[in-house]
Design a protein around this ligand. Structure first.
Ligand code: AHN
Ligand code: ZN
Length: 335
């Protein structure tokens, strides 16, 4: 004959055993933290399409600010962006380059879901350099700029095409900045590196002081620069690590998830003098990184940099694919 407390203990043990023996699919799993609803799959980034956008830009001719080719290319980009559902804002102003010459600047900002507060900024320059000061021939003639800046612009136009069909959780702004590449040739500044750095990225410098919408803010920014060179690899870039190492980690993880971890090196390299993201970090306080190709042979930029070899023949579709798929993975998995 059991006493009452023994009966209770016995029943309790049976209950404990029953619950412990439950299969994993039992309702006991409802006590676990509920997970967020699954996001739709990351849409496919088409490197062939990005390549055709690079070819199209090159076909306009060098996109030197103030030139007819520059105007025609900009008009084509704006029309494409609008057709992909973007709200487009242009900034036109005169800026003064290192020589004292005033030239027209045309920044193009394309926004998806412009009313959303949570935003991600993607950026690249779209102008090309009016001379080939790193070449040994025809140094005063403009370069094709297939890589610099056709590649970043081509990748982000393909992202724009994807945004037309598949919305992201955060709103997206793609900033095509102008007059990035009118920086002083080394010999023009008498060797003062600090002064010469301020002669680059004039469109971005303008935008950070005159944002396209008041109090513009984004969670983070990703700059693309020379992402189309043959077998391009991307170390963690020094300024990006200084200002936004968490974003570098996020994007480098996305590269692995997208199957392109081999292109995104774990080492940090300080090989960039200045680039657009420096101004976005310093003036706008938006943590921003630079995906920029590194030449392991020279420790600098791709060998075609500011030479006539920066042409379509030296664009690698696989490099565009690796970077585009990584950016897509990043923005379509951002909640
Ligand atoms: C320098 O580091 C001197 N320029 C980097 C900005 C740039 C020019 N990227 C492409 N062209
Ligand atoms: Zn350049």
């Amino acid at each position: 004959m059991q006493c009452f407390s023994q009966r209770i203990l016995g029943l309790g043990l049976i209950a404990l055993c029953l619950s412990a023996c439950q299969p994993e699919t039992s309702p006991t799993s409802t006590t676990v933290e509920p997970s967020l609803p699954a996001l739709p799959p990351v849409p496919f980034f088409n490197g062939d399409s990005a390549y055709t956008y690079v070819a199209k830009q090159v076909a306009f001719g060098p996109r030197v600010p103030g030139s007819a080719a520059h105007k025609a290319c900009g008009d084509w980009m704006v029309e494409k962006l609008k057709s992909y559902g973007a709200t487009v804002i242009e900034q036109n102003a005169m800026v003064t380059i290192y020589s004292g010459q005033k030239i027209p600047m045309r920044n193009i900002i394309a926004s998806w879901q412009p009313d959303k507060k949570d935003r991600v900024l993607l950026f690249t320059h779209w102008d090309s350099r009016p001379f080939a000061d790193q070449d040994s021939v025809r140094r005063n003639e403009p370069i094709d700029g297939a890589n610099d800046a056709g590649s970043g612009t081509g990748v982000l136009l393909e992202i724009a095409r994807m945004l037309a069909k598949a919305p992201t959780q955060p709103g997206i702004d793609i900033f095509f900045n102008d007059v990035e590449d009118m920086g002083a040739p080394r010999e023009a500044m008498g060797g003062d590196q600090r002064d010469s750095e301020e002669t680059w990225c004039l469109g971005t410098q303008y935008w950070t002081k005159n944002p396209h919408v008041p109090n513009y803010k984004a969670r983070f920014g990703i700059l693309l620069d020379m992402v189309g060179s043959k077998d391009a690899v991307f170390p963690r870039e020094g300024y990006s690590m200084r200002y936004a190492s968490g974003i570098v980690n996020k994007v480098w993880k996305a590269a692995v998830a997208a199957g392109h971890g081999d292109r995104f090196l774990s080492e940090t390299r300080n090989f960039v003098g200045v680039d657009d993201h420096v101004y976005v970090n310093e003036n706008m306080h938006i943590p921003s990184i630079d995906i920029i190709a590194y030449n392991p042979l020279t420790g600098g930029f791709p060998s075609t940099w500011h030479t006539h070899a920066d042409n379509l023949a030296n664009i690698d579709k696989e490099s565009l694919q690796a970077v585009g798929a990584t950016v897509a993975q990043t923005i379509w998995t951002e909640r």
